[in-house]
Every structure is written in structure tokens, then in C-alpha cells.
Design a protein around this ligand. Structure first.
Ligand code: NAI
Ligand code: MG
Length: 484
């Protein structure tokens, strides 16, 4: 099987508006997580291609892209969004095949990508500077300007959504982007590059260079011609990227995942909570930065919640992405090994329930049965470290203070949710929980492109999504005129 996303040769990179083979001519195999078969080969871009892409982006800033008005930038983003919507099925199939996610979830990602283009298209001409009252004889105002060349190193779990939130906001503010998708899944990044080109995005405003993290990724994060880096991925690589960018004193936005808790109090509407509690752990087979992997339950309703979750787990089925079941495979045999390593470390724990891998799932696929652990001590490794697979731990608590201490007791701080009918408790906990997003009587709010997102602690720093991202993808300049 060889796949041609939107008719493209997937062994090519997009540099300066032209699809071309990497300078070395080298390629990498791309495998299907659902059955292990090779889907196609992709470019193994390296420092030479990254350098060419950074130069092309630099040229775009002095060419038509750099001279485009904010309204014109918005218009091209709208056109990209429209063309994404015209390709929903093609893009969803590419993402499902490449990432291994069920088709319905992949389709939701395409719609989110289109929404990001619409949101940032609409926002492009709405971020204003200020005028600041100052000394007699002065007029002072601020300008919001692009960083220049922005580097985007993205992971394999939600390529389209992460392209949408980071490249969308960067382009809206007038930056020129170099996008390095993950070696495990990059087909929709290539397709997006082609859609942007066809939509009339000027040459060089978006460059796409697939390749290995240690080669293309490291070259991009350490390149002296890059002015901002946004990264989503592992904590270890995030630290390396921050160090590399530090050498050039370049700002970074890091989104490094989490161990996000949901706190269920005895006064909560348990039936309303149950589908959220489970879905937040198994969506995209748990390979979600904002997955909720810890469920904290007040002792009085502990059995009720655990039994309700267990019943849902028992009904879950995992199979090939295109079968569109509850879960697909994990992205790769390596990711499956990581998750199975965690499961082995949970051998001392009680398994409350597991879902099924369908009996005719291909042997070469990276399937892991979704697993729910009961009565997990908060300091257990499965309750502290990001697993990035379909695994949730349920932890009992007695008091609100204890729940807060457990919730805030990991090194992460990305998302948290609170299930309670008490408005006062909602307000207290929203303030006290260590997280970039807190949800009250829901989880995730449907992903919301409008909602600022990012972490504290090991979850990273900086905010993407929503209007807030536009501040991160621009630089403030103060202009002071003395005119008497
Ligand atoms: P990773 O952090 O290695 O990969 C993410 C991106 O970084 C990819 O594009 C990769 O090519 C690039 N990269 C890797 N090494 C690099 C380097 N030295 N310099 C620059 N770029 C580099 O993540 P990986 O290995 O795919 O997954 C390992 C674990 O990371 C997962 O089990 C999960 O816990 C976490 N992760 C978290 C994600 C999130 O959404 N926050 C996404 C993916 C992984
Ligand atoms: Mg890695």
C-alpha cells in the first residue's frame, strides 16, 4: 500500500512553497498502528532541510507574507479552514490510518482543525495595541508584532489539532512557520501544508519538514534563525528543547502532558459524571496530554463510582482504527511497550475491570486492553507518572483537604475537574487546584478551541488555544514619541 495524501508524494518536504525530496534523499518507513504494515515512506529531513526551511520562512517575512495586512492573513486562514472542511473524509482517514485513532475521533480532529483556522482567521485583525497616558508632550502606544520565524515541533497523538492551535495562531499574528511533525504520524501535516499552499498562503509562510526528533527536531530547536519554538510532547524532550532554545535566548511554549485528576464528591450527580470519568481516560486510547488518568472519589460514593466505571470498562472494545470502535491501537509497538511496562508495575494493584481487544484484531497491531485500577495509593507510580495509554487509577479520599492534597500531589498541573453540587466548593477548588484548566461538573468542555490551554510544573508553560495564544505568538513593542 502506498498512500498519497491529497495526491502528494509523502517522501517530500514543503520548503518555500515547493515540495521536494530532503537534501540527503533519505526516507523513513511509516507504519500502521492497526496492523503494523508499512503505509508508505516519508522524508527523513535533517539539519540541511531545516536550514533551508528556516531560510524560506525568513524570506517569506520580507516578501508578500510579511506585507500582508492582518485582514489578509485572516482571509487566507478562512480559506484554509474552508478547504479543510471540504476534505473531512480524506483527512479523517489519513489521521485514523496514521495515528490508529477510531475514525469518529479522527473526524472530530478535522473539524477542530477547521475551527482553529476560523477562530484564528477571525482573530487576526482583532489584537490591538494600546495608547498609554504618559508625560506631557509624549504619545505612547504599543504594537503587537510577530516573533518572526516560529518553530513547531508536534507529536503524533493529535497532529491536526496541534497544528491548528499552534500554526493557526502563529500565522494569524504574521509569523512564518517551520513545522516538524512526528516521525510516527505526519500524513495530515503534509496534507495541511498542501491545503495551505492551494489556499494561497504565500510561499515560505508554512514549511513542513518531517524527520526524526534527534535530527530534524533538534536542528529546528537549536537553529539560530528561529525566534520562537512551540513544542508538545514528552517532558524529557521538552527540557532539551528549552535548553537548546536557551542557547539562542529564544522563547518556548511547552505543553508536556500531565496526570490530570477528576475529583468526585459525595454530593455530585454521579450518573452525569460517569461517562466523562471514563471517556477522559480512554479517548485516543489514553494518548492525550489532557487525559484524566486519576479519579479521586469521596469514600461515601466510592463503591457506586467504581462499579459504574467498571461496568463501562467491561463494555469497551479496541480494534483497528477504521472499525471505529471505542479505542484503536496505541500509536506504535514502542508506545505499547511503555504502557505495558506501567501495567507490569501495577501488578500489586487490584484491577477493577478491563475492556476487550476484539478477537480478530490484527496480530501486528499495538493493542492494549483498557484497564481500570481500584484503591490505588496516591504515591504509587501508576498514580504519579504519565502513562499515555488507556489506564486509569481510582483513589479514595475522605475530606476536601485530602482531595486537594492528592490532586496537587504530582509534579504535573495541566487539567483538573471537580464534580460537586456545592457552588462554594466549586469556587474554592477552582482556585486551589494546580492546573491550567479546571472544569466544574464536566471534563474537557469538548476541547474548545476558544479556551486557553497549558500547564504548570512539569506540564510546561505558556498558553495555546483561545485568544490568549495570540499574545504568545507575538511580541509587544512600546513606541514613545516626544512631540511637545
Ligand atoms: P517525544 O517528546 O519524543 O516526541 C514529540 C515530538 O518531539 C516529535 O515530533 C519528535 O520527533 C520530537 N523530538 C524528539 N526528540 C527530539 C529532540 N531531541 N529535539 C527536538 N525534537 C525532538 O515523545 P514520544 O517519544 O513520541 O512519546 C514518549 C512519551 O512522551 C509518551 O509516552 C507520553 O508520555 C509523552 N508524550 C506527550 C504528548 C503530549 O501531548 N503532551 C505527546 C506525545 C508524547
Ligand atoms: Mg521520543
Amino acid at each position: 500500500m502506498t498512500i498519497r495524501p491529497l495526491g502528494l508524494d509523502p517522501t517530500h518536504c514543503l520548503i518555500g512553497g515547493v515540495w521536494r525530496a530532503p537534501a540527503s534523499g533519505a526516507g523513513l518507513p511509516l507504519h500502521s498502528p492497526s496492523d503494523g504494515a508499512e503505509i508508505c515512506r516519508i522524508a527523513r529531513g535533517d539539519h540541511e532541510d531545516i536550514d533551508a526551511a528556516v531560510r524560506a520562512a525568513g524570506s517569506a517575512l520580507t516578501g508578500p507574507w510579511g506585507h500582508a495586512t492582518a485582514a489578509e492573513r485572516g482571509r487566507v486562514l478562512f480559506r484554509i479552514g474552508q478547504m479543510v472542511l471540504e476534505q473531512v473524509e480524506e483527512l479523517a482517514r489519513l489521521e485514523a490510518m496514521d495515528v490508529g485513532k477510531p475514525l469518529t475521533q479522527a473526524r472530530a480532529d478535522v473539524l477542530a482543525l477547521a475551527r482553529y483556522m476560523e477562530f484564528y482567521g477571525g482573530a487576526a485583525d482583532k489584537l490591538h495595541g494600546q495608547t498609554i497616558p504618559y508625560l506631557e508632550g509624549y504619545t505612547v502606544y504599543t504594537l503587537r508584532q510577530p516573533h518572526g520565524v516560529t518553530g513547531h515541533i508536534i507529536p503524533w497523538n493529535y497532529p491536526m489539532q496541534i497544528i491548528g492551535r499552534s500554526v493557526g495562531a502563529a500565522l494569524a499574528m504574521g509569523n512564518a512557520c517551520v513545522l516538524k511533525p512526528a516521525e510516527e504520524a505526519c500524513l495530515t501535516a503534509l496534507a495541511f501544508g498542501e491545503i495551505a499552499r492551494r489556499a494561497g498562503l504565500p510561499d515560505g509562510a508554512l514549511n513542513v519538514v518531517p524527520g526524526l526528533g534527534v535530527e530534524a527536531g533538534a536542528a529546528l530547536s537549536g537553529h539560530g534563525g528561529v525566534h520562537h519554538i512551540s513544542f508538545t510532547g514528552s517532558v524529557g524532550v521538552g527540557k532539551r528543547i528549552q535548553q537548546a532554545a536557551g542557547q539562542n535566548v529564544v522563547p518556548v511554549t511547552l505543553e508536556l502532558g500531565g496526570k490530570s485528576p477528576q475529583l468526585v464528591f459525595a454530593d455530585a450527580d454521579i450518573d452525569a459524571a460517569l461517562p466523562f470519568l471514563v471517556n477522559a481516560g480512554i479517548q485516543n486510547a489514553g494518548q492525550t496530554c489532557s487525559a484524566s488518568s486519576r479519579i479521586l472519589v469521596q469514600r461515601r460514593v466510592y463503591d457506586q463510582v467504581l462499579n459504574g466505571m467498571a461496568a463501562r470498562y467491561a463494555a469497551l472494545r479496541a480494534g483497528p482504527a477504521l472499525d471505529d470502535l471505542d479505542l484503536g491501537p496505541l500509536v506504535s509497538p514502542r508506545q505499547k511497550e511503555i504502557v505495558e511496562g506501567f501495567l507490569a508495575k501495577g501488578a500489586d494493584l487490584e484491577i477493577a475491570a478491563q475492556g476487550q481487544i476484539i478477537s480478530d484484531a490484527p496480530a501486528g497491531g499495538a493493542y492494549v486492553a483498557p484497564t481500570l485500577f481500584a484503591d490505588v495509593p496516591p504515591d504509587h507510580i501508576l498514580a504519579r507518572e504519565e502513562i499515555f495509554g488507556p489506564v486509569q487509577v481510582v483513589i479514595p479520599f475522605e475530606t476536601e483537604e485530602e482531595a486537594i492534597a492528592i490532586a496537587n500531589g504530582t509534579d504535573f498541573g495541566l487539567v483538573a475537574s471537580v464534580w460537586t453540587e456545592s457552588g462554594a466548593r466549586q469556587m474554592r477548588l477552582a482556585r486551589q487546584l494546580r492546573a491550567g484548566q479546571v472544569f466544574l461538573n464536566n471534563y474537557g468542555a469538548g476541547g474548545g478551541v476558544e479556551l486557553p490551554f497549558g500547564g504548570t510544573g512539569l506540564s510546561g508553560h505558556g498558553r495555546e488555544k483561545g485568544f490568549e495564544a495570540l499574545y504568545g505568538f507575538s511580541v509587544l513593542k512600546t513606541v514613545a514619541a516626544l512631540h511637545g
